[in-house]
Design a protein around this ligand. Structure first.
Ligand SMILES: C[S@@+](CC[C@H](N)C(=O)[O-])C[C@H]1O[C@@H](n2cnc3c(N)ncnc32)[C@H](O)[C@@H]1O
Length: 302
């Protein structure tokens, strides 16, 4: 059975997955995903047998990476804890009690398994599956009132654990990939999207912003990796800013295309819409000769 993301994470891929898949390099060595989030693309690659050489998944969010580590190394015990939580999936008071653990002095003494089970349980039962911290770093999304929340899919958890077996997990900034990626490796970047309008903000992932300066810093890392001979692919919203930095600022071969995809882009998951997205590749993604799909056009070539 295929492995699927075990957390709901803002920025999940949806329809974009097929667009990314058709642009994969024909061959690559290791895989690196420095903004792993829910890991939708990683799981899709693993399911299609493309990760024989393993790779490195990383994210700035240390709770998230600890959760991945726990699934990889302690899936059985984690499942046991989640089944205990599952018995209380409709209990609002229980939700707030578990959510409130991070406000208590003994939180750091809790085991890695307890903390991971808490994170998954809250993620599955809180409003919209949002990972949201207040300015003191405490989880603060409210109870979600789901009729039938899926707390744990046991088979999937074991499959995810297998998928992660050959994978290194790291906490850190995306630029750390420069210390690891080698010629022939494949690097996929799925950063917090550049806002579509000046008022929209997508900074809730880590409590830190990801503004224009970060987008430009990321473009610099993209360029360095490409110069090293890595295959680099990036998805982002299609805005004035991203169009500019992935066509002009990079001096070597970059193919940037827009695709129209359905993606949850709003904090309110109910508002799912079509937005134009940009996919930039540091190599010829091999789809240039076909007719563009609906709503798709090539915007900047080399
Ligand atoms: C758009 S989400 C990734 C979505 C993911 N690919 C998926 O399929 O669910 C962006 C991720 O970037 C992480 N992030 C934000 N700023 C970062 C930084 N400077 N370095 C590394 N990760 C960062 C966030 O914690 C979040 O998990």
């Amino acid at each position: 059975m295929p492995a699927r993301p075990f957390l709901k994470w803002a920025g999940g891929k949806g329809q974009l997955l097929s667009e990314l898949t058709r642009r994969l390099p024909a061959h690559f060595a290791r895989y690196h995903e420095p903004f792993v989030g829910g890991g939708a693309f990683f799981f899709s690659l693993w399911n299609s047998g493309r990760l024989a050489r393993g790779g490195v998944l990383s994210d700035y969010n240390s709770d998230l990476i600890a959760c991945y580590q726990t699934v990889r190394d302690h899936a059985g015990e984690l499942i046991t804890r989640l089944l205990e939580h599952k018995a209380h999936a409709h209990d609002r008071a229980y939700f707030y009690e578990i959510r409130g653990w991070d406000r208590l002095p003994n939180f750091e003494q809790r085991s890695q398994i307890e903390k991971a089970a808490r994170m998954i349980f809250i993620n599955r039962t809180c409003y919209n599956g949002l990972y949201r911290l207040n300015n003191k770093g405490k989880f603060n999304a409210p109870f979600g009132y789901y009729k039938n929340p899926l707390i744990v899919d046991v088979d999937n958890m074991h499959e995810v654990s297998r998928a992660l077996h050959n994978v290194e997990l790291r906490v850190g900034d995306f630029a750390d990939v420069l210390d690891r990626a080698e010629e022939g490796d494949f690097v996929y970047f799925d950063p917090p999207y550049a806002p579509l309008s000046p008022t929209a903000s997508f900074t809730h992932y880590t409590g830190r912003g990801f503004g224009e300066d970060q987008q430009r810093r990321l473009a610099g890392v993209f360029r360095q990796l490409a110069e090293r001979g890595c295959y680099v692919m990036l998805s982002n919203s299609y805005t004035e800013l991203t169009r500019e930095i992935y066509s002009k600022a990079l001096h070597h071969d970059v193919v940037a295309e827009t695709v129209r995809a359905s993606r949850k882009i709003n904090c309110d998951g109910a508002k799912r819409g079509f937005i134009d997205e940009l996919i930039a590749c540091s190599y010829d993604p091999g789809v240039g000769s076909r007719e563009p799909g609906i709503g798709e056009q090539s915007i900047a070539v080399r």
